[in-house]
Design a protein around this ligand. Structure first.
Ligand code: ZN
Ligand code: ZN
Length: 262
């Protein structure tokens, strides 16, 4: 599978992705808000966009659909639960569905509610797995739950994402790495891995932002560090009521709450 990460440089800091079959040149576009840019990149590579996937129904992920469908006649794929809201969806997706691109690419649909109630993450069936995580999991962070449910986001993290292979590469819907690392360091000032990565992130432009793995996320993403003694001790000073040994769910929910106003 060929992966092209596209940085349109817009105010939302979106990442778009083209996932292509090296044998046939067929490509799937993930959340192509800047659809002209995606089309331009596909043409430059000699690829044909035959499918579009929306991870969820927010306009910064769906806003390029009609333009790109108009230009390519690609099929539109989205979570079955988000299809009515998005409109024009040709294939409603469910947990475990497999999307094929060309002859060689297979992507498995994970049903990961939390950021919204109907959110798809895509997991590639490749030697080194890749996760296209939309607004569920960011580099060093977690999606907000303004139109979702933080309890469901915790379930998606703990029951699904945390259990993926450690070498899974992470391709989220937005570039928030430095900002998220700053939150991690606010919660866990002694996290050396987070300080190291922050220095790296600040030294590079967003279009060259490092691609993290799940193993790395477990070191630097505070939403995976729910049993860290520093995280818990600092959280207790903000929320004394959580007690000495809060469970992972409580820690996650309080971190998510703090992040909303941080
Ligand atoms: Zn969103
Ligand atoms: Zn978004």
């Amino acid at each position: 599978m060929l992966i092209e990460r596209i940085w349109p440089g817009n105010e939302y800091r979106n990442f778009h992705y083209l996932l292509a079959c090296p044998e046939t040149g067929e490509a799937l576009a993930v959340d192509p808000l800047d659809w002209q840019r995606c089309l331009q990149v596909a043409r430059a590579r000699g690829w044909t966009i035959t499918q579009i996937l929306n991870t969820h129904d927010h306009p910064d992920h769906t806003g390029g659909n009609s333009g790109l469908v108009g230009a390519t006649h690609a099929r539109l794929l989205a979570h079955a639960g988000a299809a009515t809201g998005i409109g024009g969806v040709d294939r409603g997706l469910h947990k475990g569905d497999v999307i094929r691109v060309g002859r060689t690419v297979e992507l498995e649909c994970l049903d990961t509610p939390g950021h919204t109630l109907s959110h798809i993450c895509l997991l590639s069936h490749t030697e080194q797995p890749a996760l296209f995580s939309g607004d569920t999991l960011f580099n060093a962070g977690a999606g907000n739950c303004h139109s979702g449910d933080p309890g469901l986001l915790y379930e998606s993290f703990s029951a699904q994402l945390a259990r993926l292979p450690e070498d899974t590469r992470l391709f989220p819907g937005h570039e928030y790495l430095a900002r998220n690392l700053e939150f991690t360091l606010d919660r866990e000032p002694d996290n050396a891995a987070a300080s190291g990565l922050l220095a790296q992130a600040k030294a590079r432009n967003a279009d060259e932002a490092p691609v993290t793995t799940l193993a790395q996320e477990k070191q630097v993403n505070t939403f995976f560090r729910l049993s860290s003694p520093t995280v818990i001790a600092r959280l207790r000073s903000a929320f004394p009521g959580i007690g000495e040994r809060p469970d992972a769910r409580t820690v996650f929910l309080k971190l998510r709450e703090l992040r909303n106003s941080w």
